[in-house]
Design a binder for this molecule. Structure first.
Ligand code: SF4
Length: 190
């Protein structure tokens, strides 16, 4: 068990618990404010993230940042972003259930240290792992779920929005719902 971010980060960066360690360049632990009230969770690093060691830095990340900015959120100020698996699955395939299982303790510790009030899951894999296994992301994104005293919402993955720009308005609607929830329950995000 890790009691500080420093201990957690160091141990996570040295992790060899699953086979993804063999092909990674960097362990992508997370980015953002460590006392954030809002945590975003994606599925895993892609190529750019693996090379730079930071989540959501490619094209999808740029779109995410744009939508975050529109509701006064910023990875360098008032949110934290992490992933289900911290090392890149080869060819950007979905992380296997056993890889998720091996890695999830790092995320659990991050949640424990941060104690967010809101968790936003980006995409089907993260939402299925964190919110409920049978979540239908196309139907249930933008809805609030409560688990363990934390408000949770699934959003469309920004890469899916890039693939189908017609989804932009409904994706952005979810950010507006998030802003409303932050105003309702958070103390220092805005
Ligand atoms: S993906 Fe997670 S469990 Fe697997 S090696 Fe990387 S940090 Fe460890």
């Amino acid at each position: 068990m890790y009691n500080t971010w420093e201990e957690l980060t160091q141990a996570c960066q040295e992790c060899h618990k699953c086979g993804l360690c063999e092909t990674r360049h960097n362990v992508v632990v997370g980015v953002g404010s460590k006392d954030a009230e809002v945590m975003f969770i994606g599925e895993g690093p892609g190529e750019n993230e693996d090379l730079q060691g930071e989540p959501f830095v490619g094209r999808a990340g740029k779109l995410l940042d744009k939508m975050l900015t529109a509701v006064d959120l910023d990875r360098s100020k008032n949110i934290y972003i992490a992933n289900i698996v911290k090392c890149r699955p080869p060819q950007n395939r979905d992380p296997k259930p056993e890889e998720q299982q091996m890695c999830i303790d790092w995320l659990r510790t991050q949640v424990k240290l941060m104690r967010p009030k809101i968790i936003v899951c980006l995409g089907r894999i993260a939402a299925g792992r964190i919110i409920k296994s049978d979540i239908k992301i196309t139907r249930e994104h933008g809805q609030w779920f409560e688990k363990g005293g934390i408000q949770m919402m699934a959003m469309l993955h920004p890469a899916a929005v890039l693939r189908d720009p017609r989804k932009k308005p409904e994706a952005f609607d979810d950010f507006l719902k998030l802003r409303d929830k932050i105003n309702e329950i958070c103390d220092h995000t805005y």
